[in-house]
Design a protein around this ligand. Structure first.
Ligand code: FA5
Length: 341
């Protein structure tokens, strides 16, 4: 019987070493320490043994039972430690790793250039005035001294709507009339940013939908020199102090005299290159002294008041500043372009 107990002990301990976890552990407990296990059967049947045999078998049986219980407890603890260690290494969190970058949006270059222009004009005393994108023929053309069938209408290829007389504005200049009628007879210094629409052949420098920023100053004793000085100062502030400004005589029906505003080419410094078509200059705006008819249409007496106006192309300015070669990038929604700003 003692030999049988020794065999049970050896077998149980060997089996326990092979046990990994979970069900196998419980199965081992039932097989070797459970009520119906051989060991428990022997211990439960001691009375069936002879008086001489009983103490030795009982003693050895209890020793085996204690040994197996201790080994079992130890194995349970060892497995628990192994599992803990495993979960610590498998799910390890390295708090020293740099975090994953969170993609975040940026301001569109349209917004960036407009904001920069707003702040320059604000420093010079111009406030933003908003006018509508959908205009009437009257405001877009007639009140700006461009009557029906006037050949100057060819300068603006227009998008018409199905409502007669209602169009998409071809420039921000109709806002001049809205501003004058609202402020008359006070002096005015406003900029009018916004989208314009023209039925154009799309190219690297021309869109059918593009930004303009109109400027309007109306008051007493405003002269051409004020316009030239103001535009030169704007050019210096937006492009840098080394940039020169040039004014060329031009024609717009709503200004007299009219000029085109050029800045010296940033690419070649004025010596001539592909960007400036070898002229050394780049055009950025149309401008002029507000035509007396337009002043009158706005409610101001041209004998008392005078003013200047200009129309800047913010996309063209952004292209010059940031070396953007094609105006179509602004609407491309291409992240490779947008993420550079
Ligand atoms: C005008 O639209 C006049 N209203 C400007 C003006 C205002 C003159 C006040 C006098 C007094 P022009 O068509 O040249 O002028 O346009 C002005 C600027 O808008 C251009 O210099 C250019 O920068 C921009 N622009 C014009 N057409 C487009 C186009 N299709 N795509 C992108 N930018 C354009």
């Amino acid at each position: 019987m003692i030999g049988q107990l020794n065999a049970i002990e050896q077998e149980a301990l060997a089996a326990l070493r092979a046990v990994e976890a979970g069900d196998a552990l419980e199965n081992w407990r039932v097989a070797y320490l459970g009520k119906k296990s051989p060991l428990m059967t022997i211990l439960g049947d001691l009375r069936a043994l002879s008086r001489e045999e009983r103490p030795a078998v009982g003693k050895r049986g209890n020793e085996v039972k204690n040994a197996l219980e201790a080994a079992f407890a130890e194995r349970v603890e060892a497995i628990r430690r192994e599992e803990l260690q495993h979960s610590l290494t498998a799910g390890a969190l390295d708090v020293t790793l740099p975090g994953r970058p969170i993609p975040h949006g940026r301001l569109h270059p349209h917004t960036l250039i407009l904001r920069e222009m707003y702040s320059i004009w604000a420093e010079m005393g111009f406030q933003v005035y908003r006018a509508r994108d959908v205009e009437t023929d009257e405001f877009n053309f007639e009140l700006l001294n461009i009557p029906q069938h006037h050949p100057a209408r060819d300068m603006w290829d227009t998008f018409y709507t199905t409502t007669p007389g209602v169009i998409l504005r071809t420039h921000t200049s109709p806002g001049q009339i809205h501003a004058m009628r609202e402020y008359c007879p006070q002096p005015i210094r406003v900029i009018l940013p916004g989208m314009c629409y023209r039925y154009e052949q799309i190219s690297a420098s021309k869109g059918i939908q593009f930004l303009q920023m109109e400027g309007l100053a109306v008051g007493k004793n405003i002269r051409l020199g004020d316009l030239l000085g103001t535009m030169s100062e704007f050019n210096r502030r937006i492009f840098g102090p080394e940039r020169k400004s040039r004014f060329r005589a031009s024609y717009f029906p709503f200004t007299e005299p009219s000029v085109e505003v050029d800045v010296s080419c940033a690419n070649c410094g004025g010596s001539g290159c592909n960007v400036c078509k070898h002229t050394g200059w780049l055009e950025i705006a149309g401008a002029g002294m507000v035509h007396p008819i337009v002043l009158k249409n706005g409610g101001y007496d041209p004998a008392v008041y005078s003013g200047f106006a200009f129309g800047l192309g913010p996309e063209r300015i952004a292209m010059l500043k940031w070396g953007i070669s094609d105006i179509r990038y602004f609407w491309s929604n291409d992240l490779r372009f947008l993420e550079q700003f």
